[in-house]
Design a protein around this ligand. Sequence first.
Ligand code: XMP
Length: 473
Amino acid sequence: MEKIYFYVHLVYFFISLQGYYKEVFYSQLIIEKNRIFASFLHHLKIPVREGTKQQYMQEFILILDFGGQYKELIARTVRSLNVYSEIKPGKVTAPEIKKLAPVGIILTGSLNCVNADGAFPCDPAIYELGIPIRTIVEHRDCGEENIRNFLYDVCGVSGSYDLNDYIEKQIEAIRKTVGNKRVLLALSGGVDSSVCAALLSQAIGEQLTCIFVDHGCMRLNEGNDIEKIFSKKKLNFIKVNAVDRFLRKLKGVTNPEQKRKIIGEEFVRVFEDESRKLGKIEFLAQGTIYPDIVESGGEFGNTIKSHHNVGGLPENLAFDGIVEPLSGLFKDEVRVIGRILGLPEFLFNRQPFPGPGLAVRVMGEVTKEKLDLLRKADYIVRQEIGRLRKKPQQYFAILTDVRSVGVKSDRRTYDYVVAVRSINTTDFMTCEYTPLSYKILNRIVMRIVGEVEQVSRVVYDITGKPPATIEWE
Ligand code: XMP
């Protein structure tokens, strides 16, 4: 009999362990500082993520997700109305919701999802909690006025959600988590990692070290600009010039996926080499934001795109924990935090830029010569379109692998074709091309063929996504 009890307990232990890992990897909420589990994870060299977003929120709206595409839109609209919101999978039970104590609940889903195989009903007991509930299944119900009425007239919220407050609370939480230990941040110069650096710097000052890896596929002057800005701040900023190292690895490679993999892997190796030189650093910081978590699936069981923040880092970096102070925020909120923290506007309002950089905008083999050509053409595109009062969400140049015959200064040429891409989007998962005026297009073309040697033809990409992606590779 004792044996049976022993095996039952063993099975139960492994089931609980599996649930715990799910929590650690996916839910990113408050990590229980269970000493035994923490040392166990440390032994396995699996970082514990230090989420801090919800623990201090008093008044919040819970969005229960039953599939469909409106959850993020609703959550952002609620926040824009000064009320904190959080998205949870629809299968959360009434007792769990009671513990979270939201002031209102919004159920959202689409008919497709509700009728799909494996669809699950919500726990009927939530209607007995005495919390106001609203259902949204159509886009027109996501309007600000509708949601405002629900929040203020039905739920009686005070509307006290304020990002200034968020900063203060996060600084407190970071200090509490980190104590007197050290934190390492991989700084790319993009919006999220830049804002993350500024916030961490305010919280822990000298305990922070930031590494920027220049892989040689940055835009014109970008590496130097990033160094100029960040080395002036108290960030223990380290710029690693790894240009030759990356170009050597990329030599002769033409396959887009292979290029991405080589760059991802080499980044990890450089990061590893550098962090080894720095001695023991206990925490790794990342600029993960809320949509990265929601879209990565996890507790939602519905992966849209897997976020690469942790997946790309080597297991043997052996950090005790991961600090992600922006993991409760949407992109537009991160930009606001950047503004409040006094970052220059061009940093917090930047366009998205892919990790592999210009390597996925140079078709075919990536060489220094081709990168330099593209940098010049791209600078012109960004300068000209950047003058528009209403700017598109993303605009850049691509160096195609096509050469065509032309004539410059009465001489026959056989030069590269540059493509221009400019897109309008709200989610970057779909897009439309920007209907640029002929006047601007003409100016871009004249400048590129006039100022960039070895380019004598320019084309404009008017394909939406789908079927084309935003980047060309
Ligand atoms: P696609 O090309 O997939 O791009 O339509 C959608 C958005 O994602 C950006 N993008 C990347 N961002 N690492 C990133 O951090 C990447 O490897 C990457 N590839 C594409 C792209 O610029 C666009 O905003």
